[in-house]
Ligand binder design. Structure first.
Ligand SMILES: [Zn+2]
Length: 233
């Protein structure tokens, strides 16, 4: 696998959860049960991302945002705010299709379009990718690697796109963090500050849950996913 020995250097492959390796190497979380990566997909979203940035700033926590390229083009200023606050920005395709059903040329368009949109705004290369709907297959992972990006999965998902309220999100979040601690792994949690069908999704319950998680797990070490690449503790 090119990505295992690429420019990023020694990835912590040995620490990745085995079920994630079915379709190729994907970054999930290392065997560091005190570490917690908050990741937010489907933004930027003017209706939720600015408030989320305030919540994260108050806790002095850096997170990872997997952005949809089409929204990046519509909200470049918000993308600059995310990066300027110290958060990591990753690629979540241009239009959020199910990549499992797409041709290779369409996959390349989706990935390169989103990276180009982000790089136009931030001026720095995009190094991390998360597949919409988690859909992976060998062709996707090969193209991601050829483009110099590292694919990122998750190990806690909270159904925060459903109307389950802050309590519903928290129930799933707490169960997931506990499961990872018992297994001896860090937590890589996916939440959503946007909705892939359009700008303006109501994600204030996600923002509220994030605020609660930052208080509840204040003793944990919150990290961006790039902290798990390169072997440095
Ligand atoms: Zn998504």
């Amino acid at each position: 696998m090119g990505i295992a020995t690429g420019a990023a250097g020694g990835l912590v492959w040995g620490a990745l959860s085995p079920e994630s390796q079915l379709f190729g190497r994907t970054l999930v979380a290392p065997a560091r049960p005190d570490e917690f990566a908050l990741t937010f997909d489907d933004g930027p979203n003017p209706k939720a991302t600015p408030r989320l940035l305030e919540v994260l700033a108050r806790a002095n926590v850096k997170a990872t945002f997997f952005l949809i390229g089409g929204f990046v083009k519509q909200c470049p200023g918000l993308v600059r705010e995310i990066a300027a606050a110290g958060h990591l920005v990753g690629n979540h395709t241009m239009t959020h299709p199910w990549l499992a059903w797409q041709s290779e040329s369409r996959i390349r368009e989706e990935l390169s379009g989103a990276s180009a949109a982000i790089e136009d705004v931030l001026g720095t290369p995009v190094q991390f990718f998360r597949a919409p709907h988690g859909a992976r297959r060998p062709a996707v992972l090969r193209i991601v690697g050829e483009m110099g990006m590292i694919p990122v999965q998750w190990n806690v998902i909270c159904n925060d796109w459903s109307p389950i309220g802050v309590e519903g999100i928290m129930t799933r979040a707490k169960a997931g963090v506990e499961k990872n601690r018992i297994r001896g792994f860090g937590t890589n949690m996916v939440l959503h500050d946007g909705g892939h069908t359009g700008l303006g999704a109501d994600r204030m319950d996600t923002v509220g849950a994030t605020e609660r998680l930052l208080e509840m797990y204040a003793e944990m070490k919150f990290v961006r996913v790039d902290a798990w690449v390169g072997g440095a503790a």
